[in-house]
Design a protein around this ligand. Structure first.
Ligand code: MN
Ligand code: FE
Length: 352
């Protein structure tokens, strides 16, 4: 067993000042405090600032119109199934991301500015989980049905099992990133969550809700999904920078065998997602069927593979060009102008 570093990581810092050289992404000697300055990885700080600038709360988005539509007969049985299975996936998937972040990733990412971002991201995952509580409450849905789909709906359970296995591995008492195998397993966890869960599974989920949104259906959920997608696009970018940064610091980890394993992981995830789309859309709805989703999942997977320097697998075209409008809207600079002002007033009031 070869080692990534010669000495084991010590939790007790050695005497002396910090230099940028000490601020490795993983396996840094000193993690007793988070030595933010000097900043070494400016991208991590930039993602932190961008995340903070995007603050939002689900309860600010009115649900009246959604409630009206949900209670009326405007949605077909197939459209209702799509909404339910979509909420059923996200309601617990967001918490899996939060748990993996706090319990598995945070401990082993030793760079301080990355930890600063991880703390910000963890709060965003709490807001995303809050979103599903808010939607379930607003629409008067059966909460145990929605929050137990990760157990009871096989297509959702399989995706979650795939992810939870990655968390279990890192939570093992003996797990360390000091060894070559351990550091590779940690990279696999990052790819499994940032690239596959947040970068692939979530995006097909967004597309389902936006297909209704653009027909003016369930627009309150749609608006909340736009905010979530805006957050997730930063989570994904941070994850990609972190993965590529660890590769740069430890090039030996990115062996041809490891690359093949990661490509196969992504191929497996794409199949799980296609099966889930079939489960959500057994008959298809207006403008949307599971064949379109196959193309979309493959298209998205190729884009993610490119970002971490792996070969593309599918060469599929984007069947949902309207998805880019949703992304653009979510990126608009003045999107939150009025609310930002309100937050500033709110913080002043809280000091009175
Ligand atoms: Mn999230
Ligand atoms: Fe996320």
């Amino acid at each position: 067993m070869s080692t990534v570093r010669e000495n084991g990581r010590s939790l007790i810092g050695k005497a002396g000042r910090f230099s940028a050289d000490d601020k490795r992404l993983i396996n840094c000697n000193q993690v007793d405090v988070n030595q933010l300055m000097p900043l070494k990885y400016k991208w991590a700080w930039k993602h932190y600032e961008n995340g903070c600038a995007n603050h939002w709360m689900p309860s600010e988005v009115p649900m009246n119109k959604d409630i009206e539509i949900w209670r009326s007969n405007q949605l077909t049985a197939d459209e209702r199934l799509l909404v339910m299975r979509n909420l059923g996936f996200f309601a617990t998937a967001e918490s899996l991301v939060g748990n993996n972040l706090v319990l598995a990733i945070f401990k082993f990412v030793t760079n301080a500015e990355c930890r600063q971002y991880l703390l910000r991201q963890a709060f965003e995952e709490a807001i995303h989980t809050h979103t599903f509580l808010y939607v379930v409450e607003s629409l008067g849905l059966d909460e145990s049905e929605v929050f137990n789909m990760y157990n009871e709906i096989p297509a959702i359970a399989r995706k979650d099992q795939f992810e939870m296995e990655l968390t279990r591995e890192v939570l093992d008492d003996d797990f360390t990133t000091d060894t070559f195998e351990g550091a590779q397993a940690f990279l696999k966890n990052l790819i499994g969550y940032y690239v596959i869960m947040e970068g692939i599974f979530f995006y097909t989920g967004f597309a389902m809700i936006f297909s209704l949104h653009r027909r003016n259906l369930m627009t309150g959920i749609g608006e909340q999904f736009q905010y979530i997608m805006r957050d997730e696009s930063i989570h994904l970018s941070f994850g990609v920078d972190l993965i590529n940064g660890i590769r740069q610091e430890n090039p030996e980890l990115w062996s041809p065998e490891f690359q093949n394993q990661m490509v196969e992981k992504i191929r497996e995830a794409v199949e799980l997602e296609i099966a889930y789309a079939k489960d959500c859309l057994p008959n298809g709805i207006l403008g949307l069927n599971s064949d379109g989703f196959r193309e979309y999942v493959q298209y998205i997977a190729d884009r993610r593979l490119e970002r971490i320097g792996l070969p593309v697998l599918y060469g599929s075209k984007n069947p949902f060009p309207w998805m880019s409008e949703m992304t653009d809207l979510a990126k608009e600079k003045n999107f939150f102008e009025t609310r930002v002002t309100e937050y500033q007033q709110g913080s002043v009031l809280s000091w009175d």
